[in-house]
Ligand binder design. Sequence first.
Ligand SMILES: Nc1ncnc2c1ncn2[C@@H]1O[C@H](COP(=O)(O)OP(=O)(O)OP(=O)(O)O)[C@@H](O)[C@H]1O
Ligand SMILES: CCCCCCCCCCCCC/C=C/[C@@H](O)[C@H](CO)NC(=O)CCCCC
Ligand SMILES: [Ca+2]
Length: 490
Amino acid sequence: NHPVSGGKQTALSSVSFFNPEKLHSLTIQPLYPVTPSRPPSTVSYVERARQHRWRCSDVTFHCSDGALRQQWIQTIREQLTALTSRPKHLLVYINPYGGKQQGECIYEQKVAPLFACASISTDVIVTEHANHARDHLKTEAELKKYDGVVCVGGDGMFSEIVHGLVSRTQRDNGVDQNSPEEKLVPCSLRIGIIPAGSTDCICYATVGINDPVTSALHVIVGDSQPMDVCSVHHNNTFLRYSISLLGYGFYGDVLADSERKRWMGPARYDFSGFKTFLTHHHYEGAVSFLPATDILGTPRDKTRCRAGYVTLPNLCFCSIPEYEVGWGVVRGKFLAINAASMSCACPRSPMGLSPAAHLADGTTDLILVRKCSRFNFLRHLLRHTSKDDQFDMTFVEVHRVRRFRFTPRHCQNDSELDLRENGKQLFSQICRDHPACSCSPAYSSWNCDGEILPHAAIEVGVHCQLIKLFARGIEEQPLFEDLANPPCAL
Ligand SMILES: Nc1ncnc2c1ncn2[C@@H]1O[C@H](COP(=O)(O)OP(=O)(O)OP(=O)(O)O)[C@@H](O)[C@H]1O
Ligand SMILES: CCCCCCCCCCCCC/C=C/[C@@H](O)[C@H](CO)NC(=O)CCCCC
Ligand SMILES: [Ca+2]
C-alpha cells in the first residue's frame, strides 16, 4: 500500500527484507521533495548480473506512515545485526605494483565505498615491498581485532597472505612446519581477494570472474569457501605452500623466463609461454604418488566444483592406511608435471588445467605430460582453451592424489644445488650461443603458484580445508538467465 521510488519501482510486499542473500546494508537517503516527517528509505542489495558478476543495487521506499517506516528500518537493522557471518572489521593489504598497477585505484574507487556502505571498518596497508604483507601477518598484526583479511592484488599477493596466516596459526599452536607428516591447524580468519593481478586464478576459480565489485560483495555478505593447501618440502625442510598450481617443466620454465620480463606486465606470460613452447625441453625423473581413494569423482569425469558442493570432512582423509593403498611410481621424460589442487580456471583457460578438480576435497590432480612432438604438445595446450578433454591423449595421464614426490633423474643433494645453479647458467649460455642445440637441461624449476622453488626434488602433501575464503564457489548459470534473475529477486 506504500508508494516506492528510486533505482527500482516495486511494491513493498515483493521485496523480502529478511533474505540475508539480498541485503547488505541500509542507508537512509533524503530524496527531494521530502517532508521531514516522511523521509524515504533506501535499501542496498546484491543483484546477480551476467557471467557470475554481482552488482550493488538499491531500492528506495517512501512510507506515509512514520511509525510503520521506523518499524521496517528497525526490523531490517535487527536482521542485519543478527547475521554473524558478516565481517565488521577487516585488515586490507594493497599491492600497488600487481597486474597493471591499478590496485590502489581499484580499492579506493570500487571497493572502499561498498565497505563503507556496509558499515565495515578497515585498516588499510599499502605494501612497500615484496613479503611486507606476509611478514606483517606472521609477526605483528593484531589478528584478534579482525574478522578477515583482504588482499588487493593477484595470485602472488594472495599467496603472501596465505603464508602469513598459515605460518602464524602453526606458530601460535606449536606446530612444526618443517615436518612433512605434521597435521596443520586450520586458519580461523577468512581471506578476501580483490583481483588486481595478472592471472587472478584463485579469484576466478572461486568466484567465476575476476571482478573487484563482485569480490567485494562476496566479502560483505560474509561468504565462506574452504580450500585445500599443499605443503611443499625438501629433505624435511619446509619450502612453500601451494593453493593452485605446482608445475615443473613447461610452467616452471614459463615462469622463470617471465620473471625476467615483469616490465611487460600481464603480457609477459604470453611471450614466455610462446618462447618456452618453442624450446620444447623435457625433463627426466620419477614421480611417486599416493592415490586418493574414498573420494567422490575422478579428474576425468564431467563434474565441476560448483557452489554448494560440500566435501564432508571425513572424505578429506583416507580411511585406508597409507601402506594398504600403496604408492604408484611413474618414471620417464616429461614435458610437464603439474599438480592442480583446484581447477586453475583463469581468463586464459576458462575450464582450467584440471576442470574437474575440487577446491576443498583434500586432493590434487597430478597431470603428467610425457615427451611428445611439438605438434602434439600444442594440441594438448590448445585444449585448455576449449571444452575438449586435454587428458584424452596417449602421452598424458592424470591421477587424483593426496601426496606425491618428484625425484629428478640426476638427483641433486644440497651441496650440488650451487653447482646446479652455476651449471644452469653455463648451460643456458651455451644454448644461447648455439641456438641449434636441441638438448634439454637436466633440471627445470617448480612453479609454485607463480613463485620459483629452489629445489627440483620435492615432497608434497595436501592439507584439506586449511584456509577459508570470502567466496562461495562458482554458481551454476541459470539456463534462462533473464527469467531466473529478474531485477530485485535474488
Ligand atoms: N610493494 C611491493 N613492491 C614490490 N613487490 C610487491 C609489493 N607488494 C607485493 N609485492 C609482490 O608482488 C608480487 C606480484 O604481485 P601480485 O600477485 O599482486 O600481481 P601479479 O604477479 O601481477 O599477478 P598474478 O600473481 O596474478 O600473476 C607478489 O609476489 C608480491 O610478493
Ligand atoms: C599456444 C597456446 C597455448 C594456450 C595454453 C593456455 C594454457 C593456460 C593454462 C593456464 C594455467 C594457469 C595456472 C595458474 C597458475 C598460477 O598459480 C600462477 C600465478 O598466478 N600463474 C602463472 O604461473 C602464470 C602461468 C601462465 C601460463 C600461460
Ligand atoms: Ca583439491
